[in-house]
Each structure stands twice: as structure tokens, then as C-alpha cells.
Design a protein around this ligand. Sequence first.
Ligand SMILES: [Fe+2]
Length: 381
Amino acid sequence: MRQLSISQPRKVLFGENALLQLPDELKNMGIKNLLCIIASPLRNIASGLLPALEANDISAILIDPIQKEPTINDVEAILASLNKQPIDAVAGIGGGSVMDVAKVIAAKINNRQSITEMIGIGNLNGRSTFLACIPSTSGTGSESSPNSILLDETDNMKKGIISPFLVPDLVIVDPVLTVGMPPSITAETGIDALCHCIEAYTNKFAHPLIDLYALEGVRLIAGSLLRAYHDGTDMQARTNLSIGSYYGGLCLGPVNTSAVHALSYPLGGEFHIPHGLANAILLPAVFEFNAPADVKKHAQIAAALGVDSSLPETAMIRQAVEKLTELLVSCNVPTKLSALGIDKSSVDGLATKAMGVQRLLKNNPRELTLEDAKSIYHKLF
Ligand SMILES: [Fe+2]
């Protein structure tokens, strides 16, 4: 069995209203100057924390992050705006983009390494600033992963900084923060988390130590996504999705994703399709393509999705593909690229770009050629 290295957050607080613990946690760490990167809809929550931070002698700078998927330039602009103010902790409160930005900013403070030099696996040379991540969506799993994904505008490609130094010191998973998510975001981010778990479990480099999280993540997300989509205040469903997202994030460091994410990055880079939506559209077709390479594990995923496990494995896989498509349709997630205004003439360019994401394609259980990539994209018209 291959060796595995897992970097997990130093401390995790999980549960309804756990966010209220943030000021005390920072005080216990001796933090005096906090940079809080927070999504605009959560500003009220941050304002509520300010008196408790002040009472603990912690000064806080609040920054509204970029609205869309963050670019390297966005992060550089935030760093420049800080104008060398003293900061000894960075907290990212929001979705994956917010947390990814917080991670890189924490890594950049007191670090001369450029963001471009940090890109890749294991290239970041360290982090000296305390980092807290507090998710308001249940999707990217950035709170428990060593990844930060930024758009590089020089070639319109999403680039990953992957490093154990990007695993937060403190994670607060408070499902109450996810209640305000609109149904469409609940669906898209939830399917992103589902992809993390499915792609880790069926991965060429899957590992029993991670399989447990991956399979349970699939079960929790598949069992709760529709409930949370239809009733955002269903706390049991929100809690299950928060756990599933956290488990998905744990899968990303030691195992990571494969072809769904590789094929989705060009859709994000070229057409600015949100990450979860791009993955969602690709998931059924890639699952069907990959299944022959590991029938047993794909059948086990089918069972975790709720398919009758007394069926023959190939029938289970067929039903899983149908179930995944039904899940998208039930959540009003588009199932075709044409619905997003993308033309068939883009397929060759998308496939060529996807083949460049070898850091993920090498993980795919079935070898995927340029022609395979084109054929998968063509299925989505
Ligand atoms: Fe993802």
C-alpha cells in the first residue's frame, strides 16, 4: 500500500453557532491584529463579532472580497491595499473563493515568494501568519484542504497552489452560516463536494485511510442535497452537507480529484462558469466514462448514492448515472453546455486545455485521451 501524508487543521470547531467562539479562539492564540476577509452577505455576522473582538483587544480590518472567482491580480491588489499594516491572523469567512484568497494572503504576509512561484504542488515555502477558515457554503472543502485555486488571467486558466502550509490552523464549521445560501448555490456547491468525494474514492491513487471519508461524504451529500435545496432552513440537511463538504476537503490533499475537475477548469477559465456548476454538468458523463476501469468502486459509489445494492454492479452503475442526472434536474442545474451559451465549436479548444491539467488527469482511474475529452464535451450538447 502506498504511503500517505495527511495534513489536517490544527483545531476544528463544528456545530451550530460555533462561529461565536472565534474571538475567544483568537485571544487564546495571542492574536492582536486580524484581517477578516468576508463575503458581503455575511457582513452583519461580522459586525456582530466586532464587539467581542474589541473586548479581547483584537483590532479587525474587514475586507470585501472579489465577487467572482478570484484572480492572482485580485490577491495582489488586496495585499497592496494593506499597506504593510501589522496583521498576525487572517480569517476567511465565506465560500471557497473567500477562503482560497484568505489562505494565499496569510501565506504571502512576511513572505517574499511571489504567488506565481507558489503555484504547483509543494512549492509554497512556508506560512508565518495564523489562518482561520470559516465556510459559508458546503462545497469546495477549502476549509480542510491544502489547496487554493486562483485564476491566472495571463492564460485564463485556473491554477492551484497545493501545500500543507495552506491547511488552516483553525476551522470553524457552523452550519447556520449556510442557511442563507440561495438554492442554486446550495445545489452547485453541494455537487462540487460530491465530486470531491466521488473522484477521491474512484481515484487511481485512492487510499483506504481516505476512502472512509469519501464514501460517507457521498452518502451524506446525496441524502441531503435535495432537502437543503428545497428547504434551506433544514438544519439536519445543512449539517450533513457541511460534514460532507469537510470530508470532501480532507480527500483533496492526500488523494485529490480527477477528470471531472480537469475538464471543468477550462469551462471556468474560458467561460467563467462557476466551479460547482461546471463540475455538475460533467459529473454524470465522466462517471459513466470511468466506471469500466473500476466497476466495483463505482458500484459502491452507486450504493452510497442510494441505488439498490442487490442489483448486478453494471446495472447499479447505469442507475447511478441516471440518479446523478436526476439530481441535477431536480435542483434545476443545467445538464448541457449549450444551456450556458457555449457553442460546439469550442469543444476542441476546451479539450486541448483540459489535457493540460495533467496534475488531475494522472489521477483518473481510466486513461483519458484528447479524443476522449472531446467526446465527453460533445455529449454535453
Ligand atoms: Fe472542486
